[in-house]
Design a protein around this ligand. Sequence first.
Ligand code: MG
Length: 306
Amino acid sequence: MKILVVDDDRFIREIISAVIVDAGHTPITAGRDEEALPILAEGGIDLMLTDVEMPGLNGFELTREVRRRFPDDWFPIIFLSGQCDEKHYEEGIDAGGDDYLTKPVSPIVLKAKILAMERIANMKKALDAANSRLEKLSTQDPLTKISNRRDLENNLLKEWKRSKRKTTELAVIMLDIDFFKPYNDNYGHQQGDECLKAVAKLLKQCLHRSHDLLARYGGEEFVIVLPDTTADGAAEVAAKIISELQNANLPHAHSSVAAHVTVSMGISSTLSNAETPTSLLKQADEALYKAKENGRNRSEFYLPEQ
Ligand SMILES: [Mg+2]
């Protein structure tokens, strides 16, 4: 653990640091609040030991400040104080601290407290990691590892609002794999899954900006959200997808449009006056239908008069 020791007495800082090193951890020292806060702002501190009686903010005030400034970056705080009455103890815990040690500090007790706090800090880390894994799982399509429909809807709404605020154009492409049912019927569902994965990977490679979003919409349907992009810009992305699929040449012997896996795409943008993100997707879906009717392996724009 990286352990921050805050005490205005250099001698005490050195003794405590020696105990920390002996316990196998890394001490970082600060003489008062002004030195401690910038260190804490950098992050990565796993435990703080702080003196109570100090110039500037005292240990309780410093703790309150730390909890206020870094609400999402919780780590245990232990007070070191010459005073040991109940009132003091209560005030320390109330300020956001987790334990209290009286000076002179016994190295054995300090090591035991560090160990106890390390357990708590590790549990917190494991909990944070589990939460971020869950967060990721809830937004990811398990097969293709790209965004799922739920993540698409959240992001599309966000980008929709942003485009309205900044008056920029937002384009979407809805696409699906041509003759995917005959593909599954002839190659089997396992191969069908492999095909979906390969197409998702290829689509991802055709997107270069970090805020472009690719999502699996359902079955063999995908949606691409392109912020700050015109319908013509989206058509360029569509053309790239068609040519990359041709290069990839994933065999499809049961397609009547080509010998390889192809897609049809419908494009719509906020310039076509959709009133909601849902209607923008609906427009792209209508354009996709047109691309299917016009022979597949192509993209079509949504045109309001159609
Ligand atoms: Mg002091």
